[in-house]
Design a protein around this ligand. Structure first.
Ligand SMILES: Cc1cc2nc3c(=O)[nH]c(=O)nc-3n(C[C@H](O)[C@H](O)[C@H](O)COP(=O)(O)OP(=O)(O)OC[C@H]3O[C@@H](n4cnc5c(N)ncnc54)[C@H](O)[C@@H]3O)c2cc1C
Length: 303
């Protein structure tokens, strides 16, 4: 590996979502010249280009913006400040000596970095992680995947939908699917309260007459090739399904909005301490991790 081409930088930022872009802009404005952003996607902005609803920018810019508009503010500033970035380039490994190995269209190489910012974002929990029993038909999606398919690829995923989990991405997709002509039968939430913002409950569910069923969960998925129905059950105070009170809902699609996991596979391998609860990097008040000179921001640290 040490035979590979290499380059030394003062700061390397992994991930060009809003957190990585903001960190790079701040570093440059504070005088840092020799920095680079590495992004595995072919675009800047991370998840935000697929978040086409408004509600972004209220705190930072005091404006109502969509996700793409919010991201574009940072992209414009990044370009104005001439901050270098590499797209289609994935960080594969970081060593304790702060060697950052990258696979890019130019080949495999490494950066030697004085400081590193981890801004890799998060990924969604899946069916496998909560072990929903039943068959394994097509039509079970995470909410973010559906957001990507509808908003960026113009692909509609189903007509009769049940959503498990009342996190904000699920609520936003309940409205989006309805606007695209699907029937969202119910949003099912295992907890006795919702996890979504009150604004999203009002604007995404109540305004569209989509029922929210608290203290319930999906206990079985039915269907061979395609989802045909799901069974939902009420849960007791320990979140265990109550037998004998199940109901079966006919549907062709189950959307999961059951939580996000910080993207920290890279962080584990060179000693960054992660929270046992969230899987995010543990940081101090300066967002520095347990490894000196390594920082984490955005969705990558624990919150
Ligand atoms: C699927 C999904 C849907 C979401 N939908 C919404 C929504 O509708 N509304 C909302 O308010 N919030 C939504 N969020 C939350 C949203 O992601 C955050 O508000 C915001 O994008 C976090 O910014 P970030 O920069 O930390 O992460 P991200 O925007 O996720 O950016 C992280 C970047 O790091 C890159 N990366 C990761 N690993 C590597 C690597 N090894 N090498 C190189 N690059 C790497 C990724 O490709 C990505 O571009 C969603 C999150 C997810 C995961």
């Amino acid at each position: 590996m040490s035979e590979l081409p290499s380059q030394d930088v003062d700061l390397i930022i992994i991930g060009a979502g809003p957190a990585g872009l903001a960190a790079a802009i701040s570093a440059r404005k504070n005088g840092l010249k020799n920095l680079v952003i590495i992004e595995r996607n072919g675009w800047l902005g991370g998840i935000l280009p697929q978040c086409i609803h408004d509600g972004f920018g209220l705190e930072r810019f005091k404006e109502q913006m969509t996700g793409p508009e919010y991201a574009q503010r940072y992209v414009d500033e990044l370009k104005r400040l001439k901050i270098p970035y590499m797209l289609d380039s994935m960080v594969l490994e970081i060593t304790p000596e702060k060697k950052v190995f990258v696979s890019s269209p130019k080949g495999l190489f490494y950066f030697g970095a004085k400081a590193i910012i981890l801004a890799m974002g998060c990924r969604e929990r899946t069916r496998g992680q909560i072990c929903i029993p039943g068959t394994r038909p097509a039509g079970v999606y995470t909410a973010g995947v559906v957001q990507n398919l509808i908003n960026l690829k113009n692909v509609m995923v189903g007509k009769d939908v049940v959503i498990l989990g009342s996190g904000d991405v699920g609520l936003i997709m309940a409205r989006r699917l309805t606007l695209e002509g699907a029937k969202v039968h119910v949003v099912v939430e295992i907890l006795p309260h919702t996890n979504g913002l009150p604004r999203n409950i009002q604007q995404c569910l109540i305004d569209y007459d989509i029922p929210l069923l608290l203290s319930h969960t999906v206990t079985e998925i039915h269907g061979q090739n395609r989802v045909e129905a799901v069974t939902i059950s009420p849960v007791d105070k320990d979140l265990n399904p109550i037998k004998g009170k199940e109901q079966k809902i006919t549907c062709d699609t189950l959307l999961l909005s059951i939580g996000l996991i910080p993207e920290n596979d890279l962080s584990k391998n060179f000693g960054v301490k992660l929270s046992q609860v969230t899987g995010g990097a543990i940081v101090d008040e300066n967002l520095e991790t347990s490894v000196s000179g390594v920082f984490a921001c955005g969705n990558a640290p624990c919150s």
